[in-house]
Write a protein that binds this ligand. Structure first.
Ligand code: T3D
Length: 262
């Protein structure tokens, strides 16, 4: 059905694999369109409880397809809004605003927008052999796909500045140590761990997880008073969910909760 990606849905876990391994899963126009279409569908599908994004082959993604772009560069300026307005920005929003937890399973190098798409996900888990590269400065661009927003918040201004100005690779171990990602795993344990954590998340109260995402994301701009009010409002929604009833009932009955995600 798709030319540039592969998809699989199993027991509430939807996996999107970038599938252009010959160009390190770089984003050409078609891949952008296919990825957006799939994520839009999954975000509104109540049967999907968690989304996993990964790459086929040895890369997660090398960002923009520079060979496609090379063919478009001439003497005429590119349109002012271009690929960010049409593709990268909506993609980052589809991930950040998804009402499901989104896992970046970073199976290999993640460069340019590929790195920042991974960092926009809720849980970023990388193979030990993976690297994150803010490759933009090497080709005369600024970081995009949300990188200038996420990086200072994740790792602080000093590190964000150095990584983006220098464009040097950061190995997964170092990325985990500096808090850029959640976890680094030995290559041999990676796939099993990703399956396990995705399954576990798919059994959780999905609606409460969506509200948790909102609360944490908005904390970056809120003061404490605003955040307390936001927690109050979101908790009101959670308190009235089916899953809260089930969670409390299961606790009282000393049995595992059977969350439906509503
Ligand atoms: O224009 C806009 O829309 C603005 C938006 C920009 C968003 C961005 O993402 S800009 C940043 C774009 N990405 C990069 O600058 C990264 C380019 N790639 C690399 O620097 C290196 O490939 C890596 C460090 C990621 C990996 O290096 P290495 O040595 O492991 O692999 P390689 O040999 O360079 O690449 C393997 C193949 O993938 C090779 O194919 P070939 O030439 O042997 O047939 C290479 O050309 C291809 N490839 C890698 N990255 C891209 C790519 N092809 C197209 N676009 C790529 N980004």
């Amino acid at each position: 059905m798709w030319d540039t990606i592969q998809t699989q849905v199993q027991q509430g876990v939807a996996t999107l694999s970038f599938n252009r391994p010959e160009s390190l899963n770089s984003f050409n126009r078609q891949m952008h369109e296919e990825v957006q279409q799939v994520l839009k569908n999954w975000n509104t599908d109540p049967d999907i409880r968690v989304i996993v994004i990964r790459g086929n082959g040895r890369a997660f993604s090398a960002g923009q397809d520079l060979k496609e772009r090379a063919g478009q560069l001439g003497n005429v300026p590119l349109p002012p809004q271009g690929s960010l307005a049409k593709y990268y920005n909506p993609l980052i929003k589809l991930i950040r605003e998804s009402p499901k937890p989104v896992i970046a399973a970073v199976n290999g190098v993640a460069a340019g927008a590929g790195a920042n798409i991974a960092l926009a996900c809720d849980l970023v888990i990388a193979k030990e052999s993976a690297q994150f590269i803010q490759a933009f400065s090497k080709i005369g661009l600024i970081p995009d796909a949300g990188g200038t927003w996420m990086l200072p918040r994740l790792i602080g201004y000093a590190r964000a500045m150095a990584l983006t100005l220098l464009g040097e690779p950061v190995h997964a171990k170092e990325a985990a140590e500096m808090g850029m990602i959640w976890k680094m795993l030995p290559d041999t344990e990676f796939d099993v761990y990703i399956d396990d954590i995705a399954q576990r998340l798919a059994q959780q109260p999905t609606y409460a997880l969506a509200l948790t995402k909102q609360a944490l994301q908005r904390s970056a701009e809120n003061n404490i008073d605003q955040q307390l009010e936001l927690e109050q409002n979101l908790q009101y929604l959670a308190l009235n969910s089916q899953d809260y009833k089930e969670g409390v009932q299961a606790f009282v009955e000393k049995r595992p909760a059977q969350f439906t995600g509503c």
